[in-house]
Design a protein. Structure first.
Length: 215
């Protein structure tokens, strides 16, 4: 069947609407980020700069959502339960003209646990446990800090969460979560994923075999 130009345009718009949109925002900066401390699952609030970063992300999201022909109300808003991610998503929603507290949290989106290393800088870890840090450098994907978890373990809980995503979604979570999402979406292989830089103050868009950074 030969489609007219008008019919093809309608078809293309319909296909575009069927494509699920997945936007990811890493939480804004905290004092521990600024001090280069491993946060893991410690609850550290945003600092002033982090709140500004979250507001900037709201502007980026507004542009993306409008450009996609959607409205913010069509998206599910889901956050890690950690306070830095919840503060971020509440700022996003407020700036988008939505009720800040009306979003879901899911523990499977919490940051990877660094166990006994949490609160330390890598310089402090190197001084206390140089052998373990050398082991991590050899295999960052599978390495598990003392009483913590590995990227491989983090991927399993994020994969379990993602299996239930059925519509357009905006996620506020963490650098580790974004790194395992690059594996889940076939953007990077596991060996490369832990070394990827995940910025704050930007919006990532994930799709099959693609990750776009919007500023």
């Amino acid at each position: 069947m030969i489609l007219s130009e008008k019919s093809a345009t309608f078809r293309d718009h319909a296909l575009e609407r069927e494509k699920l949109l997945f936007y990811f925002v890493r939480h804004g900066e905290t004092d521990w980020n600024f001090e280069h401390r491993l946060q893991g699952q410690h609850d550290v609030p945003l600092n002033r700069h982090g709140r500004h970063q979250a507001a900037r992300c709201a502007g980026i999201l507004d542009r993306l959502i409008t450009g996609a022909g959607r409205s913010a109300a069509e998206f599910a808003f889901i956050s890690s339960p950690l306070v830095r991610a919840r503060e971020t998503i509440e700022i996003l929603r407020g700036e988008l003209g939505m009720a800040p507290p009306d979003y879901a949290t899911d523990r499977r989106l919490a940051e990877m646990s660094f166990g006994r290393w949490e609160g330390l800088t890598y310089r402090e870890v190197r001084a206390r446990d140089p052998a373990a840090l050398r082991a991590r450098e050899r295999d960052k994907w599978n390495f598990r800090p003392p009483d913590g978890e590995s990227y491989a373990q983090l991927l399993e809980r994020v994969r379990d969460w993602h299996a239930g995503v059925t519509g357009d979604v905006i996620v506020s979570a963490h650098g580790g979560v974004a790194r395992v999402l690059t594996v889940l979406f076939a953007v990077r292989p596991p060996a490369q994923a832990p070394s990827g830089n995940i910025e704050q103050g930007v919006v990532y868009e994930f799709a099959e075999a693609a990750m776009h950074c919007h500023r």
